[in-house]
Design a protein around this ligand. Structure first.
Ligand code: NAP
Length: 358
């Protein structure tokens, strides 16, 4: 069977650090296992255009593995050319790089390693909230420059205590962020989701659900975005919605870049409508060198906490999603049932509501 994986190049770092499993070099740690079972395993980072290794090998591959960190975009057109394709595995969480409707139509299963990096992302989001609210990045840059001017950075530094923080999407990651924020003594923890949190899960948290999106954002000092990218969330945070935010709010988006309108965010930051924007996810990955989110700033020259897509790919997370990928493949080879939590698209139908199917 032909198994095709699109991973990112780890280069020298991956040669020195074998725990960088999600790289072309270390091949999720499954290369010799797959070969010992007699399967052909093609691994590449070359994914764009009809002559890429990805697109050429897709035509007769039965299994495709990609990570959200360096996504092999599976459009309807490519899915229609992939006559043998039966299974797409996302080594991580988030399958918006696949045309899921096309996968349903062509009876191609889509599985994720659900939960594999949710704690990793939640920790990153909490760190990013603190870094923005406390104006950490400009303060550190000042020190590296050799300067020392406390008031220059203190004039835009606040405490998280007594602020209102809300999550758009209160699933595995959103819930974990709220849990981790609880000890900070925020004024209120809010959430916006289709479903209320289970009463038991919310008992100690005491988070309040707001059902109207505009009303939700208008109450927040900090928004954290934790919903999947689907037609209902694409561009959801746009010029119109930004007008309903409190002036000076902070936004942390570790879900998917395209949930936020790129130019509307840059403009809102430039004018000071929002005081900061942080995250690791971009509308296109890798982000082009001139992507405005790399350099955008608030009127005081700070408020940018952007990093490459790595919050969910700590070494701990890589071990979990590599092991989970192997288990999914093993079930597929042996015809065993998959863990239902991992199934996004089953044979010919959606098995999750998270992508807007309800
Ligand atoms: P999850 O457990 O499925 O939670 C997602 C939550 O969002 C669900 O509660 C879902 O509601 C809700 N939702 C869907 N559409 C919504 C909308 N329009 N408005 C409000 N809520 C909505 O997923 P997760 O594990 O927390 O992951 C969330 C997302 O984070 C993933 O889809 C992925 O894109 C991203 N992620 C990023 C990284 C990274 O490295 N940066 C790593 C992992 C995941 P229902 O349950 O009612 O459908």
């Amino acid at each position: 069977m032909k198994v095709l994986a699109v991973l990112y190049k780890g280069l020298e770092a991956a040669r020195q650090e074998p725990r960088l499993l999600g790289t072309v070099e270390n091949q999720l740690g499954i290369s010799s296992w797959l070969k010992s079972l007699g399967h052909e395993f093609i691994v590449t980072d070359d994914k764009e255009g009809p002559n890429s290794v990805f697109q050429k090998n897709l035509k007769d591959a039965e299994v495709v593995i990609t990570t959200p960190f360096h996504p092999g975009y599976l459009t309807r057109d490519l899915i229609e050319q992939a006559k043998n394709l039966k299974l797409c595995v996302t080594a991580g969480v988030g399958s918006d790089h696949i045309d899921l409707d096309a996968a349903v139509d062509h009876k191609i299963q889509v599985l994720e390693v659900t939960g594999s990096n949710v704690t990793s992302v939640a920790e990153h989001a909490v760190m990013s909230i603190l870094a923005l609210v406390r104006n950490f990045v400009p303060a550190h840059e000042m020190i590296e420059r050799g300067d020392w001017n406390v008031s220059e950075v203190a004039r835009n530094a606040f405490d998280l205590e007594n602020k209102v923080v809300g999550t758009l999407g209160a699933g595995r990651i959103g819930y974990r962020i709220l849990q981790r924020l609880k000890p900070f003594g925020c004024k209120e923890l809010l959430y916006y989701d289709y479903n209320p949190l289970p009463a038991e899960a919310n008992k100690d948290l005491g988070a309040r659900r707001v059902e109207d999106l505009k009303e939700f954002v208008s109450q927040l000092d900090v928004l954290t975005v934790n919903a999947p990218l689907h037609p209902g969330t694409k561009g959801l945070i746009n010029r119109d919605l930004l007008q309903h935010f409190k002036t000076g709010a902070w936004i942390v988006n570790t879900a998917r870049g395209a949930i936020c309108d790129k130019d509307a965010i840059a403009e809102a930051l430039k004018t000071g409508k929002i005081n900061g924007y942080s995250g690791d996810v971009w509308n296109v990955q890798p982000a082009p060198k001139d992507h405005i989110w790399r350099t955008m700033k608030n009127p005081l020259g700070g408020g940018n906490g952007m990093v490459p897509h790595y919050s969910g790919t700590t070494l701990d997370a890589q071990k979990r999603y590599a092991d989970g990928t192997r288990q999914i493949l093993q079930n597929h080879f042996e015809g065993k049932p998959q863990d239902p939590a991992n199934v996004i698209v089953g044979t010919g139908k959606y098995e999750t509501k998270s992508y807007g199917q309800r």
